[in-house]
Design a protein around this ligand. Sequence first.
Ligand code: CA
Length: 226
Amino acid sequence: MKILIVEDEQNMRLGLKDNLEFEGYEVDIAEDGESGLKKILENKHNLVLLDVMLPKFSGFDICKKARENGIKTPIILLTAKGEEVDKVVGLELGADDYITKPFSLRELLARVKAVLRRSDNTSTDDVVKIGKLEVHFTSYNAFENGVQVQMSHKEYELLKFLWQNKNKNVSRDDLLKNVWGQDVFTTTRTIDNFIVKLRQKIETDPNNPKIIITVHGIGYKLISLI
Ligand code: CA
């Protein structure tokens, strides 16, 4: 998950960057409206945190221009106290949410997660970070620290299904039906073998999995905080 921060105040910008990176997000930054808009138009972020009062273009201008250019990336506006009236304008211009400064980190993270969750169901084209791996589901590529990791088509399909159902219990029957379809030769044993292979690629310690965990008597669950 890649988040773009467009914010001219250095302390705010760096504080947000550090905290979001600590939470596991990849962070890109822009210091003024012009470079912010340019980066948004590259359309490679999952979310934008956009300050309203910026040099060159305001957050409102950027929001409007981004939507006019067909950019659908969710945008959370950062407004200052006393700009409450402007929030309505921001939402009308296509922002997804706003948060008023000063805000707590907890509040911000809750908004970020909520907005990402809402936009998440629309697409699995995103590049996602799962454990050690950066996974590109659309192009069937996976990387660990920039080095390509070999994964079979079926491993991608299995990982994709677990990712789409992240933080939920997924039974072996669900996996058989949705990932293997009508293949009569597949048994639940096959699934377990595939899970072992995925863990070796994803987990820091495959013998003590923290991401694809076993749910006894049911199947598996992919844990993700993002
Ligand atoms: Ca500002």
